[in-house]
Design a protein around this ligand. Structure first.
Ligand SMILES: Nc1nc2c(ncn2[C@@H]2O[C@H](COP(=O)(O)OP(=O)(O)OP(=O)(O)O)[C@@H](O)[C@H]2O)c(=O)[nH]1
Ligand SMILES: [Mg+2]
Length: 233
């Protein structure tokens, strides 16, 4: 009888240990999960340009516009944009101290980052034309944070940008952090973040997807907010 009890106890212990191991394993997988950032905004606000500037190996699904709106803007996203970048920090104390690399850049210089904290980030861009609302809704699912781009040189289209912003808010709900960028700040006819902020009554950050101005800091801040802790290299 004593022996049977002992066997039963040790089986119980093994079972509990096994469950703990599974839980720890699942937690480990959650810790190293990439942060998923949605890059959205009205037509031609610069979503694809920003994603390509961060990762020149990004997947871009575009189609020629029937009527090009400028010499530069001849195509529009009809599917999605997808990029993967790696946010590396030598220490977690100094908040803005770190580098944002694409996978190829990281692989070329891996030795430099031994001992650094690594956070993988996936960026998903959406089509901006109003008729692609269904695709935007599908792509909005499961994101951890949102970058909403406004063409900072195109005041005439601000009401349409605002409509797109309301649509995004409805898709993502209130829990997901959303940052609005007055984009194309490198251009001469940029209307200024403060001005755009007043016109749409929202907090706005100035930036340029093309030159990456303000974008690295923004992604750092989103990553910190989302707080999926980094794994050490
Ligand atoms: N100077 C400057 N031009 C930009 C910037 N971002 C985008 N552009 C230009 O603006 C135009 C539109 O950029 P896209 O990246 O195609 O915009 P999008 O939001 O992906 O457009 P859709 O997918 O059609 O909605 C292109 O001609 C870009 O070269 C920027 O930060 N600075
Ligand atoms: Mg695009």
């Amino acid at each position: 009888m004593k022996n049977t009890n002992k066997n039963l106890n040790s089986k119980c212990c093994y079972f509990i240990l096994f469950r703990i191991r599974i839980i720890v394993f699942i937690e480990y997988l959650t810790l190293i999960k990439p942060i998923k950032i949605l890059v959205t905004g009205y037509f031609s606000s610069g979503k694809t340009t920003l994603i390509q500037a961060l990762d020149n190996d990004a997947i871009i699904i575009e189609k020629k516009l029937a009527h090009a709106i400028s010499e530069e803007k001849t195509e529009t996203t009809t599917g999605f944009d997808f990029a993967r970048v790696i946010f590396l920090r030598p220490d977690l104390e100094n908040e803005l101290n770190g580098e944002l690399l694409n996978e190829a850049e990281y692989e070329r210089n891996q030795e430099k980052y031994i001992g650094w904290h690594r956070q993988d980030i996936e960026l998903k861009g959406v089509p901006g034309k109003p008729q692609f609302s269904v695709i935007r809704e599908i792509l909005s699912k499961g994101c951890d944070g949102v970058i909403f781009l406004i063409d900072g040189c195109d005041i005439n289209n601000l009401p349409k940008a605002k409509e797109a912003l309301d649509e995004t808010k409805a898709f993502i709900g209130e829990e997901i952090p959303l940052f609005i960028v007055a984009n194309k700040a490198d251009k001469q006819d940029f209307q200024g973040g403060e001005n755009i902020s007043k016109l749409i009554n929202e907090k706005v950050i100035e930036g340029s997807g093309k030159t990456r101005q303000g974008i690295r800091e923004l992604i750092f801040n989103i990553s910190k907010m989302i707080q999926k802790e980094c794994k050490k290299q």
